[in-house]
Design a protein around this ligand. Structure first.
Ligand code: PLP
Length: 370
């Protein structure tokens, strides 16, 4: 296979290919980091979006205190690549995962995990006991998403008390992620509901401190709420991930605060009618769980998957619309509607500046769902 080289023009890339516009991505990262400069709130970006150790390093260089990952297998790759201050934001259950976690903790003492049940905490404690290891844990609090998480208040206090009996676990804080609020279009409603969720988080932290627990970390927030969370007294850390690249679904919800920096480059392979063009990027290149990807710079042209390997571009039948549809061999960029699930479909990022290839980064935690 012909290998692209740094400095090449994007025309040399085969398609479909996942592109990063570095100028836009760097502006997104600086914008978010600027917003937190001088604040007491740390940024621990969620690396489930970028899925790349190279990008994690860029985020750390920009001021992040560490990273979040969703899964043990993602943490394994990051630790291997030298990124070891990680919070695993999903409950870790089952012997195979606990064994992998023990091995990780043996490599890095900065791995932190969340727990939301006595049973989960006991199994974790037992695994750490057998390996003579200790681990920092955060209570995962349900602040309204109704996914995982112990209820705020008394239930959280009961779980914290139970942790006192588990000497290999060291309770250091709370995670209260309000994922259900990130994409609320109405900014006032998003802010108001976020403040209510943060009250549940910070009030539970207060109750725990009053009961004698040392709670150092209250971690929360995504791209749609990070700033609101950070303005709530008691929040110490935010976990946004999507801001690095954005997608159309997020942009439609929160507005163009961050630019769409990631696209899928594709080639028109067929032009069966004046109003239809077919590209080589279908469901295996672009996810559609959050709506249709958007053809970049082609107003009035829509995309829909035409199966696993094909994408269909359409326009209305006016002469001016038909003129905007690209011809066979032309290349177009598609902006994903959901980046996390799209990135996980690709092996590498082709990072460019003004159309010249500047870096090729592996999607190093691609497929790491365990
Ligand atoms: C626990 C947790 N924190 C933070 C995030 C990052 O959110 P976003 O991608 O909306 O910035 C996610 C995303 O799903 C998450 O699950």
């Amino acid at each position: 296979m012909l290998q692209p080289h740094i400095g090449d023009s994007l025309d040399t890339l085969d398609t479909p290919a996942m592109l990063i516009d570095l100028t836009l991505m760097e502006a997104n990262i600086s914008k978010l980091m600027e917003r937190f400069k001088g604040s007491k709130v740390h940024v621990r970006p969620h690396l489930k979006t970028v899925k790349s150790a190279a990008l994690a390093r860029l985020l750390l260089a920009a001021g992040a205190v560490g990273g979040c990952v969703a899964k043990v297998s993602e943490a394994e790759v990051m630790v291997q690549d030298g990124i070891d201050d990680l919070l695993i934001t999903t409950e870790i259950v089952g012997k195979p995962k606990l064994e992998r976690l023990v091995r990780l903790v043996q490599q890095s003492s900065h791995i932190k995990v969340v727990v939301d049940s006595v049973a989960g905490a006991q199994a974790l404690n037992q695994a750490m006991h057998e390996a003579q290891q200790h681990i920092d844990v955060l209570l995962d609090l349900n602040v309204g998403q109704n996914r995982c998480g112990v209820l705020p208040g008394d239930e959280a206090l009961r779980l914290a008390h139970a942790l006192r009996e588990l000497p290999h676990l060291h309770l250091t804080g709370l995670q209260g992620y309000e994922g259900h609020l990130q994409h609320i279009h109405n900014a006032e409603e998003r802010e108001q509901r976020c403040r209510e969720a943060m009250h549940l988080l910070t009030e539970t932290a207060r109750q725990l401190r009053e009961a004698g627990f040392t709670i150092e970390t209250d971690t929360t927030g995504g791209t749609g709420t990070a700033e609101i969370c950070a303005s709530c007294e008691g929040v110490t850390e935010v976990q946004p991930g999507s801001f690095v690249f954005m997608d159309t679904d997020y942009r439609n919800a929160i507005g163009p605060i961050y630019a769409n920096a990631l696209t899928i480059l594709s080639t028109v392979i067929s032009r069966p009618t004046p109003t239809r063009a077919v590209v080589d990027a279908g469901l295996k290149s672009l996810s559609t769980d959050s709506g249709m990807p958007e053809p970049k710079g082609l107003p009035g042209v829509t995309y829909q998957p035409g199966g696993d390997e094909h994408g269909i571009l359409r326009c209305d039948d006016s002469a001016s619309s038909a003129a905007t549809l690209p011809n066979i061999g032309e290349r177009i960029e598609l902006i994903p509607s959901h980046i996390d699930t799209t990135i996980n479909l690709h092996d590498v990022y082709y990072a460019h500046r003004n159309g010249k290839l500047e870096a090729i980064w592996p999607v190093s935690t691609r497929g790491k769902v365990q």
